[in-house]
Design a binder for this molecule. Structure first.
Ligand code: T4K
Length: 369
């Protein structure tokens, strides 16, 4: 039996490199609460992403909750149901009302026309997701937001290392949240960040993630604890050094998949758009009805051969048990279709091209019955 292949595998620096990076933490006994490594990683990331402001967090989800809170949003937030639980949960947990727009059939990001139809006087923000690292239609979304006076907060959990021309994915909207979870293109083990332009948000975010403490004897908000620790920051400092090489390796893997699968009947791939430099974060494939086998058949055939793909993102968040009876997924038919036909195939920098070939052979053999 071949070795298991999982949907992804964390990128890591050499052990010695990480050990060297954490040595000063050991020596100083300063482990967390915005220490030296935390500040260094912030500076490295501002430099890499070419954004004016960044705040680091313990994970992407807390980062998203914190920015919604710090912006003082109230009312309805237009978002997508085609995402990880975190996006919808953050809106709901912050006492906001999610309103679900449909997605586009080509890149699975939110459809601006659908967003515009849902705006009413209670709408305060748009929260789109650069799903799989596919950049949303950022210009159309900004245009809508400007015309209606709405904030735009991107869930850019998947989009670290994606560029449109010279603009990183962190440049768009009022703020962008990144996840630095172990499964992401760039990881800090667990971690996340918010990138933004308005400098006044920096103090607010730092206070919100530290219990709302505003001074030695002052606590002005009911904040939480969402600080990134020094060991995670050190992992980020190391991983950032190797990020370009890791993305280059992912590119070879993605291109092999596309070469093997593009043009097969009933197979829909998510190919990079003109002017965008992708990060190859995920390898989503939509198996349309004329493929000759269902998405679940492909999933099972792969699993039989020890290849574990994932149904990211099925079910839609609107269909989660915790939201039963609250939302109606029939209002987002494109999202519903894609969720029930999509599979994300294994994708990581060290995935061998021979394994990609084997995975593609299994996938294509499903169509032949
Ligand atoms: N918004 C969006 C759109 C997101 O996708 C996410 C997270 C968030 C917000 C929130 O960001 P964070 O708060 O997580 O920073 C995983 C990740 O845990 C999650 O971060 C990610 N999205 C989601 C799409 O995927 P699971 O439950 O599918 O992960 P799990 O444990 O099944 O791992 C998947 C595969 O990754 C494993 O089969 C092997 C590999 N793996 C996993 C871990 C934990 C590693 O190689 N190393 C590891 O340490 O959620």
């Amino acid at each position: 039996m071949p070795d298991k292949i999982l949907v992804t595998r964390s990128s890591m620096p050499d052990f010695e490199e990480y050990a060297e990076e954490i040595r000063p933490i050991w020596e100083s006994h300063w482990l967390t609460n915005m220490g030296v490594k935390h500040h260094q990683l912030e500076a490295d990331l501002v430099d890499y992403l070419k954004v004016p402001q960044i705040a680091l967090f313990v994970n992407g989800h807390s980062a998203l909750e914190c920015v919604l809170e710090a912006m003082g949003l109230k009312g309805k937030v237009i978002t997508t149901p085609y995402t990880f639980a975190s996006t919808t949960h953050a809106i709901v947990r912050k006492g906001l009302e999610p309103v679900f727009a449909d997605i586009k059939p080509d890149d699975y990001t939110i459809d601006p026309a659908s967003v515009e139809r849902l705006i009413d006087e209670d709408t305060c923000a748009i929260l789109p997701v650069h799903v799989y690292g596919n950049l949303c239609d950022v210009d159309a979304i900004q245009d809508i937001a400007d015309r209606h006076g709405l904030k735009v907060i991107y869930d850019a959990a998947h989009a670290f290392g994606v560029w449109r021309g010279d603009d990183s994915s962190a440049s768009f909207g009022d703020a962008s949240m990144f996840s630095f979870h172990a499964t992401k293109v760039f990881n800090t083990i667990e971690g996340g960040a918010v990138c933004f332009h308005d400098a006044s948000l920096k103090t607010l975010l730092n206070e919100w993630k530290n219990f709302g403490i505003t001074g030695p004897e002052d606590v002005e908000y009911v904040g939480g604890n969402a600080k990134m620790n020094e060991f995670c920051a050190a992992m980020g400092i190391c991983n950032l050094r190797h990020l370009d090489r890791e993305i280059a390796k992912r590119k070879l893997v993605a291109e092999r998949y596309w070469e093997r699968l593009d043009g097969a009947r009933g197979v829909r791939l998510s190919l990079p758009k003109e002017g965008v430099t992708p990060n190859y974060a995920y390898l989503p494939v939509v198996f349309d009805d004329d493929f000759g086998a269902s998405r679940d058949d492909v999933y099972d055939a792969l699993a039989e051969q020890q290849v574990f793909s994932r149904k990211y993102f099925y079910p839609l968040t609107t269909d989660f048990a915790c939201y039963r009876g609250r939302f109606d997924s029939s209002r987002t038919p494109v999202a519903r279709y894609v969720a029930s036909h999509v599979l994300t195939l294994p994708m990581y920098a060290d995935l061998a091209l021979e394994d990609v070939d084997r995975i593609c052979d299994i996938v294509l053999s499903c169509a032949r019955g």
